[in-house]
Every structure is written in C-alpha cells, then in structure tokens.
Design a binder for this molecule. Structure first.
Ligand SMILES: Cc1cc2nc3c(=O)[nH]c(=O)nc-3n(C[C@H](O)[C@H](O)[C@H](O)COP(=O)(O)OP(=O)(O)OC[C@H]3O[C@@H](n4cnc5c(N)ncnc54)[C@H](O)[C@@H]3O)c2cc1C
Length: 410
C-alpha cells in the first residue's frame, strides 16, 4: 500500500474537471483526478460545443446575467485554440467558425441591433442572400452570421486530458473509492483501491474538488454534504444522420431558440445533425417516436426545401446538472461551493469551465510543496480513463425518416 499527501484530488473528468486539473497543476499544486467512467461521459460529450457569446441569452433585447457572464469567454477560448493562452487547445477540432441565425421576420429583424446595443463582443451580421448556405435558401427572412465557434467536444476532452495522463485514474466510485471524514465536508483521507490492479493508495488531500456533473450529488452525500445544492434539468434531443449538409445554426422564434442545429461526422463519415433548442426541452415529455415526428415537422417548417430522403433518426435523453435555483430555472453563471476542504462546481455551460477553474484556484489553499515524483511513481501502472464516445456512435436504434403528413408534404 502507498500513502501520499496530495494538494488537490479532483473527482470527475468532464470539461470542468479537466480544465481545473490543468489550472491547478499550472499553479504549482500537486493534483490527482479520479474519473468514474470515461472522460466526458454525460454532459460534455453530449454538448453541442457552441462557444456562446451571450447572444442566445439576450434575444429579448435585454442584457441578462447569463449573457454578461458569457460575453468575455469566447475571446479566451479563441486564444487557447490558437495556442496563445493555456491550456493549449490547438488540437481541438473547430467544427465551425461561425453560426447562422434565422427566424421569423419580427424576431430576426431586431437581431442586428442587439449585439452592439448590449455590449456583446460578438454581434450578428446580415448575410447577403447570394451567400445564404444552401440549406437556408428557401427561408424568406433575414439570415445573420454570428462569429461563435463550434467545437467537437470529444476532441476537446482528448486535448485537455493529453498532458495529464500521468495523474488520472479510472476507478469505480462505488466500490473502489472510500472516504475517511474528520467531519461533514472535511476529508481526511481517500482510499483508492484498484480491483484490476490489486493495489491500494491512501491519499491525504489538502482539498477535494467535485466536478462530477450529475455525480456530484452522490459524492456530496458521501461527504456528509447536502445533495439538494444541485438541480437536474432534463433534455430529450434528436439526432439525424445521412446525406445532409454540414450546417450550424439557430432558428429564433422571438426570445427562444426554436431549434439549434450542430453537425459532426460519425465514424463511417456520415453527417450527423444534433438538434437542440426548445424542441429538446419540450421533448422531455414525449416518447422517442413522437419526438422524431415533431422534429420532422419542425425541420419542414424552419428549413423548407430540405431533402431528408434516406436519413435515419434517433433520440437521446440527458440531464443537465447545475447549482440549484429557486424555481429550478437555469442559473445565470457557474456555481462553486466551498464547505470544509471540499469545493463543488457546476459550470452551467461548457463555455464557463475556465471561470470555474479560475474560481477553484482562487479558493484553494497555497501549494504545500508535496513532491510530484512519489505520486507519479505510485500511479505508474494504474488504469487510465479513456475518452467517451458521442451518442451517435453508441446508439443502436435508428429509424428511417418519418413521412410528412399530407398537409406538409404538399
Ligand atoms: C445536450 C447538451 C448540449 C449542450 N450544449 C452546450 C453548448 O453548446 N455550449 C455550452 O457552453 N454548454 C452546453 N451544454 C452544457 C455543458 O455541456 C455542461 O455545462 C458541461 O459539459 C458540464 O461539464 P462538467 O465537466 O461539469 O460535467 P460532465 O460533462 O457531466 O462530466 C462529469 C464527469 O464526471 C464523471 N463522474 C460522474 N460521477 C463520478 C464519480 N462519482 N466519481 C468520479 N467521476 C465521476 C463523469 O463520468 C464525467 O466524466 C450542453 C449540455 C447538454 C446536456
């Protein structure tokens, strides 16, 4: 058995845990990350990867708290993607440099004014009709271009994890992790046991950081903390694959995003559309067949003329895990709680992960100077977590495109 002192032990290797691990190590502290499944499992791998600038949260023409929080973020991400700031994200796949935005005339006509009026750094620009993407050519209203980048989440997880493989462990949280508490929220020791490897490591952490998304609730219960600090907001979204154009866009209906489409290519090279937005919120109440039918009708309305022949469809349910709010609405910003020597974080949005990492580093006690080499030696042969696969590689039940009702087919 090995026994070690470590400055920070992080639980959960989604975007928050990985960005935090990078920042904590860069601050000179020793750190260890425990992943319960595969890196990014849950929200990060399901994310649409849009680096929101705040525009989406300002569609009613008001600078909301959420927009204020997000507006500085795309600049920081852009610098990381160019290798000009840390972490170095040059290996991340940028699926799109910009988004298209279109909608009803009344909603869309105001959009051009919003960005500048509200002090957002990213403002929508009108696209001349001759430059409309093919998929929007039959749309009657104005189309805008918004310079919000879209990332492929799996490549983001892989890029964040690559420099830190030496301090990451894959362990079953239920059977291979045991906490020894001094008091509620004060962790004295963590016993890590690898069943596969037959070794135990006793870690005395100065601080514990929970970045396990939905898994934070159970971890908090085990640490004697209140699990009600977290809320879940479910989504049920649609995936379509086949002969589709690569397209990234939001269709706006007044202050709501009616559909939000991002594209990727699957392992067979087929284009896959992930359809989020209001339809994925409303879809929570629907069974997969009904949601697919609803999505088909929705696409016929918002993208008239789109040829869906030969496409295949499926749906996926996922919970967003966030800090609790009164009434259960989306929090405006990330949530970071500090109790005893435990920090718990939910970013609310992928784009806010850098703010969480900064907040964690500011809240941690100074580095103790514990040596890195004994930690690396102790971990040398332990199992490392692989990166999770996107839903379209895992889901097996795809159905052919549903026929449109006669009224729409005409
Ligand atoms: C469908 C969808 C689309 C989205 N689109 C966007 C978008 O376009 N732009 C944007 O900014 N945000 C988006 N978001 C929000 C964003 O994805 C999340 O805010 C963010 O990914 C949360 O990251 P996280 O690392 O905190 O949690 P998660 O990604 O959920 O990661 C948690 C990690 O902890 C691990 N884990 C769980 N339990 C344990 C345990 N007990 N011990 C150890 N490890 C554990 C999991 O396996 C996982 O690796 C979207 C969310 C969803 C659901």
């Amino acid at each position: 058995m090995d026994r070690l002192h470590v400055d920070t032990v992080i639980f959960g290797g989604g975007v928050t845990g990985l960005w935090t691990l990078d920042a904590v190590r860069r601050s000179g502290r020793s750190a260890l990350l425990v992943e319960g499944h595969r890196l990014g499992t849950g929200q990060t791998i399901a994310s649409q990867g849009i680096l929101h600038s705040g525009l989406k949260y300002s569609l009613a023409g008001v600078l909301t708290g959420a927009a204020r929080e997000a507006r500085e973020m795309p600049q920081l991400w852009r610098r990381c993607l160019l290798g000009e700031a840390q972490p170095d994200l040059r290996r991340v796949t940028v699926s799109a440099e910009a988004f298209h935005l279109w909608g009803t005339q009344s909603a869309a006509s105001k959009l051009g004014l919003f960005g500048a009026q509200l002090g957002l750094q990213v403002t929508p620009r009108t696209v001349p009709r001759s430059e409309y993407p093919t998929v929007l050519q039959s749309c009657p209203g104005t189309v805008y271009r918004v310079d919000e980048q879209v990332l492929a989440p799996r490549s983001l997880v892989a890029a964040l994890a690559a420099p830190h493989q030496d301090v990451m462990l894959q362990l079953d949280p239920a059977t291979e992790v045991e906490f020894v508490l001094q008091a509620a929220g004060r962790v004295r020791q963590i016993r890590l046991h690898s069943a596969r490897f037959g070794r135990t490591l006793e870690v005395e952490p100065q601080a514990v950081v929970l970045t396990a998304g939905k898994g934070n609730a159970l971890l908090r219960t085990r640490l004697g903390l209140d699990a009600r600090a977290m809320q879940l907001r479910p989504l049920h979204y649609v995936l379509v694959r086949g002969e589709l154009p690569e397209f990234h866009g939001h269709c706006i209906d007044f202050s709501k995003t009616r559909v939000s489409i991002t594209s990727a290519r699957d392992a067979q090279g087929r284009v896959v559309w992930q359809i989020g937005g209001q339809i994925s919120e409303d879809g929570v109440q629907l069974d997969p067949e009904t949601l697919i039918e609803r999505a088909r009708l929705e696409l016929a309305e918002v993208l008239p003329g789109l040829d869906l022949a030969g496409t295949e469809w499926t749906t996926c349910r996922i919970d967003r895990a966030e800090g609790s709010t009164l009434g259960g609405s989306r929090p405006d910003s990330y949530r970071l709680l500090q109790e005893g020597n435990v920090l718990t974080a939910w970013p609310t949005k992928l784009v806010l992960a850098p703010q969480v990492a900064q907040g964690v580093c500011a809240a941690l006690p100074p580095a103790t100077g514990s040596l890195l080499q004994p930690l690396l030696d102790a971990l040398a042969a332990w199992p490392r977590p692989p990166v999770a696969q996107p839903a379209w590689e895992e889901l097996r039940r795809w159905v052919p495109v549903p026929a449109l009702p006669r009224r729409h087919a005409a």
